[in-house]
Design a protein around this ligand. Structure first.
Ligand code: MRU
Length: 340
């Protein structure tokens, strides 16, 4: 049995004629699946964080293109291409930071172009096949990241992670959490501290949920507790994911990642970034050029089903920050471990 098959849930699943999406906004209270069969449903699911995490967003978008382009009558390739452009722009407008989204959309555009001499029906089959391939490739990239990354962990280690870079964020076992699963399944005892990850709590709602599902020892901390646990000597390494890695190695990831990197540096703790090559953007020279998504002020002011700030508060709510390359100890990709 592959490590991916050992997972207790499926984040994304092609159900033969539509995409089944685990609705992450309902976790941890309820396990509810959305049955998406239009591009608009997929675009809303991405925008509303029902499916989130850079690789999972890319995979969902690829299926969104396939669904947007099927069962359509086109008189010419030009007509089909116009519609393809429209469908891709709906998906491209959902979230700006994770490069996996744009990487997957470009792969879908190229797949259609490669087969432009075929009939519209055949092109739509090729598009579906490309989306399935993107999903399958992500599963194996996660497993390779897991294998390379687990060589950095010793039996008895405790890892701190931020946000959710697990099976819920990918098509497979995850990146940061995939390393923890792999090391555990190899027989090492690994414990995890999960930052809560304000404002929308991917750490507490998602990372703790999925680690519990897989039987991993996990302790939830508020984001502002990370410094204290590092100082107490409890943390052996930090592993996080990435939404976009610039060509100089700067890393955009969930807001708060930069603080964790600064803290790890101060305490002499290795800070690892685990990400597939689809998260690396050679076109962006440095992190300052990465577009950072800003989300609505309600994510901060109306946090837990109640108002948590006075009405009319000015709020700044970036979804991501940039960790400068010099704070990264190594990048763990499907190709290996690259130290700085
Ligand atoms: O806003 P989100 O939940 O999509 O942010 C997710 C993250 O920041 C993850 O760490 C990142 O996408 C890597 S997922 C393998």
């Amino acid at each position: 049995m592959s490590l991916t098959e050992k997972l207790k849930f499926k984040t994304l699943e092609w159900a033969g004629d539509h995409l089944r999406v685990l609705d992450q906004t309902r976790l941890p209270e309820e396990t509810v699946y959305l049955e998406c069969d239009t591009v608009d449903e997929i675009a809303s699911a991405i925008k509303d964080l029902k499916v989130r995490g850079a690789p999972a967003i890319g995979i969902a978008a690829a299926f969104g293109v396939a669904m947007g382009m099927r069962k359509r009558e086109f008189q010419s390739w030009n007509e089909l291409e116009d519609e393809l452009r429209r469908v891709i722009s709906i998906l491209a407008g959902t979230r700006p930071t994770a490069v996996n989204l744009f990487w997957a959309l470009e792969r879908m555009r190229k797949a259609a172009k490669t087969h432009h001499e075929e009939s519209p029906g055949q092109i739509s089959q090729f598009l579906l096949q490309e989306a399935i391939t993107i999903h399958e490739e992500d599963k194996s990239m996660c497993e390779r990241i897991g294998e390379f990354g687990s060589s950095l962990l010793k039996d008895g280690d405790t890892v701190l992670t931020h946000c959710n870079a697990g099976a819920l964020a990918t098509g497979g076992i995850g990146t940061a959490l995939g390393i923890i699963y792999t090391a555990t399944w190899q027989g090492k005892k690994i414990s995890v501290f999960s930052d809560e990850t304000r404002p929308v709590l991917q750490g507490s709602r998602l990372t703790v949920w999925e680690l519990q599902q897989q039987g991993i020892d996990v302790t939830l901390i508020c984001d502002n507790t990370a410094a204290a646990v590092m100082r107490s000597g409890k943390i052996d390494s930090v592993i996080v994911g990435a939404d976009r890695v610039a060509s100089n190695g700067d890393v955009a990831n969930k807001i708060g990642t930069y603080s964790v990197a600064v803290l790890a540096h101060h305490h002499g703790i290795p800070f690892y970034v685990a990400a597939p090559s689809s998260s690396f953007d050679p076109a962006i020279p440095d992190g300052g050029k990465i577009e950072i998504e800003e989300r609505s002020s309600e994510e901060v002011t109306d946090s837990f089903g109640k108002r948590t700030a006075p009405a009319g508060s000015d709020v700044y709510c970036p979804a991501f920050d940039v960790t400068p390359a010099e704070l990264v100890t190594a990048y763990i990709t499907e190709k290996g471990v690259e130290s700085r």
